[in-house]
Design a protein around this ligand. Structure first.
Ligand SMILES: [Zn+2]
Length: 425
């Protein structure tokens, strides 16, 4: 039996003492600041805006003297200076790939992908040398699937570049190739499992899964529990963004997400951009050490908090807690915070729901909330479902909401989960 619960991808680095880690990251930081200042127009102008030179940033604490870059800043910079916005430091031989992510954001991909943060994540989730991994992330345009593909090569695991969609094909691949690992979103894994059950397959005997790595969407605990009990294995997640790469990953202990050594993660006050004390919830801001596309203090728009207590797995890094939601979609209704992940968790308890959208409006100075629901299939007793949903919302979210059923396709693709239509004037 392969030991999937212990060990490290890079033991020396992952078990460094706090002092050693700070020294290591401080050195990496000075290098990238100097590199960016010399070769990247956008980074140099960031320094100039605050009247600083790279030597003004002596340690990790000094980082907050630099301005924060938000996604819209990157999108606008790229509109002015195509394609990479002046952030890039292109090698003479050019780049291997140009990725395109929603925004649109263009991103150069280097010839030799040496960033092993995702490999650390895959290892911590139980994937090992010799595994056959079904990579169901989208290989089309965006970087995540390809980064994971390269990382599987670092682990010496075999990859099946399946991409998303076509569930019956995925099940055939898993069976015929005896895939031992799944990589993809947790909801797609659930869809595969439901389809396999529909085909009367025995999930433990007919599939050969021994490790899973999920990511790229919120991962409610209720869904984790369902997946783990059905598959009888650990389901662990990694977290990152296309702009700055891997920022955290769970280990078997599941006590938050370990922050890899080759990135600096800060939790900041969304309004002031200043670092918050450990444990406080704020926006995740990351500085990576990419030589071709360095990002300094890039704001992810995701909310979380830091955990400092040691982890039983032996990794010594700080960890990110749960992702608490998005800075741009947290809504207050009657003074109560409503986070998209809370609504996600609630909706996950009703398998018949295909899609939902929360709409907040205001009438006569009073907030009004409605949840629009699309069902997977028509059901007989909608009134009963409406009653149960409204009760659940009242009890879990502590607000009163109307539940309205819409026709299939009534909620546009990519619609905001919480659409706040209130006008404050
Ligand atoms: Zn751990």
């Amino acid at each position: 039996m392969i030991d999937r619960r212990h060990g490290y991808y890079n033991e020396g680095q992952e078990t460094m003492s706090k002092e050693k880690r700070e020294a290591y990251q401080g050195e990496k930081l000075s290098e990238i600041l100097m590199h960016g200042y010399r070769h990247s127009k956008a980074i140099r102008s960031g320094f100039e805006r605050v009247g600083l030179k790279p030597d003004a940033i002596r340690d990790l604490k000094d980082l907050e003297k630099l301005p924060i870059t938000k996604k819209p800043d990157l999108v606008n910079a790229q509109k002015d200076t195509l394609p990479f916005g002046g952030f890039e430091v292109l090698p003479e031989e050019g780049v291997r790939r140009i990725y395109v992510s929603p925004g649109p954001v263009y991103e150069p991909g280097e010839w030799d992908y040496e960033d092993f943060r995702w490999a650390q994540a895959l290892f911590a989730c139980g994937i090992r040398r010799g595994d056959i991994a079904l990579n169901t992330f989208n290989y089309h345009l965006t970087p995540l699937a390809l980064m994971l593909d390269e990382s599987l090569r670092m682990l010496k695991a075999t990859v099946v570049p399946a991409g998303p969609g076509n569930i019956s094909m995925q099940i055939n691949l898993m069976r015929q190739l005896r895939a031992t690992a799944y990589i993809g979103t947790p909801s797609f894994l659930m869809a595969i499992i439901e389809a396999a059950e529909g085909m009367h397959l025995d999930l433990k005997k007919d599939l050969h899964l021994q490790a899973t790595f999920v990511g790229a969407e919120m991962f409610p605990e209720s869904l984790r529990q369902k997946l783990e009990s059905k598959l009888a294995l650990l389901v662990r997640q990694g977290y990152g963004t296309v702009d700055v790469g891997c920022l955290g990953f769970e280990c078997p202990e599941m006590k938050g997400m370990h922050i890899p050594e080759d990135v600096i993660v800060e939790i900041v006050d969304t309004e002031t951009g200043k670092e918050l004390e450990i444990g406080a919830t704020g926006e995740i801001v990351a500085t990576n050490f990419s030589k071709v596309f360095p990002m300094l203090r890039f704001a992810t728009g995701d909310l979380s908090y830091l955990i400092e207590e040691p982890c039983a797995c032996g990794r010594t890094s700080m960890r990110l807690g749960k992702i608490m939601g998005r800075t741009d979609q947290v809504t207050k209704v009657w003074g109560i915070f409503i986070h998209p992940w809370q609504v996600d968790e609630l909706m996950a308890r009703f398998p018949v729901i295909a899609n939902y959208q929360v709409v907040v409006t205001r009438k006569d100075y009073k907030d009004e909330m409605a949840i629009y629901i699309e069902l997977k299939e028509e059901i007989g007793d909608k009134i009963d479902l409406k009653r149960r949903l409204e009760k659940e919302v009242r009890e879990t979210l502590k607000v009163i909401s109307d539940v309205i059923f819409t026709a299939k396709g009534g909620i546009p693709d990519r619609a905001k989960k919480i659409d706040d239509r209130r006008i404050w004037e």
